[in-house]
Design a protein around this ligand. Structure first.
Ligand code: FES
Length: 132
């Protein structure tokens, strides 16, 4: 953490902490939030998923998009790393493969902001079992 040298630094720190708190409160109702999961198992990281995750976190923040970004283990799509799962409120999760910064930018602009599908979706290889 940076040193607080003056009142402006203190206000900046307060604003940062308040926005993190807001996000944490919203994340208690994740179905109402944009959720982004980045696979971060060992070979995901070797393929660049850490850079992808950092890019997504920074860009969502810069573009004022509220989203919960988390990391997950292997999603079973090791051949297509880095892989990113995006769930828009009220929609089924969509998994994108080979997500570098360029692809992440496209996903943010086209899928997250506009709801338009983009190339690179990995077909789902499982289905949820609903309890009726
Ligand atoms: S280890 Fe990265 S998705 Fe499987």
């Amino acid at each position: 953490m940076d040193k607080i040298k003056n009142l402006a630094d203190l206000r900046n720190l307060k604003d940062k902490l308040q926005s993190k708190t807001k996000l944490r409160e919203k994340s208690e109702v994740p179905e109402q939030m944009i959720q982004v999961k980045v696979a971060m198992a060992t070979c995901c990281i070797a393929s660049g998923s850490r850079e992808t995750m950092n890019y997504i976190v920074d860009e969502l923040d810069k573009r004022n998009i509220d989203a919960v970004v988390t990391q997950t283990g292997c999603m079973g799509y090791c051949y297509a790393e880095p892989t990113v799962e995006v769930t828009l409120p009220g929609k089924e999760p969509v998994v994108f493969g080979y997500v570098d910064a360029r692809k992440a930018d496209e996903i943010i602009e086209k899928y997250i902001k506009a709801g338009t599908l983009v190339e690179g979706i990995i077909p789902v290889n499982y289905q949820k079992i609903e309890n009726n």
